[in-house]
Write a protein of this length. Structure first.
Length: 85
């Protein structure tokens, strides 16, 4: 299998992140809103992004714990079956 595609993802993501930051800065500079309004808007969006990320993290954590429990039960069942043989 060829894993060369992984070598290009990091520069692409870095470039994308830089583009988002620069684009956001330009948008704020040319915004018709005042600085106070822009700061409030950015603060609200940052809080929303944080809450979204925390919710997704909690979902992933719950999924991982469920998978751990199912794996543990499957291993125990396999051990029982093996001991019977």
């Amino acid at each position: 299998m060829n894993n060369n595609s992984c070598d290009y993802s990091s520069p692409f993501l870095t470039g994308m992140l830089i583009g988002v930051v620069v684009g956001g800065a330009v948008a704020l500079l040319y915004s018709p809103k005042s600085g106070k309004e822009n700061r409030e808007f950015v603060r609200k969006k940052a809080l929303q992004a944080r809450d979204f990320a925390m919710d997704k993290f909690d979902d992933l954590k719950e999924g991982a714990l469920d998978l751990k429990d199912k794996t543990h039960k499957a291993v125990k069942a396999a051990e029982k079956e093996f001991k019977k043989s």
